[in-house]
Design a protein around this ligand. Structure first.
Ligand SMILES: [Zn+2]
Length: 127
């Protein structure tokens, strides 16, 4: 993995574990199948829920007008402040779902463009 330290897989696993296997922005759980609200993307619901009467897992009622198609959550570890991939200080790393990882990347690029900073390579998706 170009630019990453040799022990990146261990660092990555540690960050995700410390985040209790959830996105640190929206708390969605790694590997879970969810649908996001069409207009408030940080809001999500699982596609299956526990039936209060039977205790069984059943399909959640999520009308298509409000909820986007389902996705399976895949957490990534992103560099929050310093984009240098070798800066693996705990304060610089954050576990994010794919939506918030892309969102962070897009906001960073917009900010860099607006402030005239030299664009740096985007935070790469390393699984
Ligand atoms: Zn998220």
């Amino acid at each position: 993995m170009d630019g990453y330290p040799n022990d990146w897989p261990e660092i990555r696993a540690r960050v995700i574990s410390a985040a209790q296997d959830r996105c640190e922005f929206c708390s969605v759980r790694n590997g879970e199948e969810v649908r996001r609200h069409r207009y408030i993307k940080s809001l999500w619901r699982p596609v299956r829920e526990i039936d209060r009467h039977t205790g069984d897992m059943v399909a959640a009622y999520l009308p298509d007008t409000a909820w986007a198609p389902s996705i399976k959550v895949a957490l990534n570890v992103a560099h929050l402040f310093n984009e240098n991939k070798l800066d693996c200080d705990g304060a610089n790393l954050v576990a994010l779902c794919q939506y918030h990882h892309l969102s962070l990347d897009a906001r960073r690029r917009r900010h860099q463009k607006a402030t005239g900073q030299t664009a740096t390579p985007s935070v790469e998706d390393k699984g």
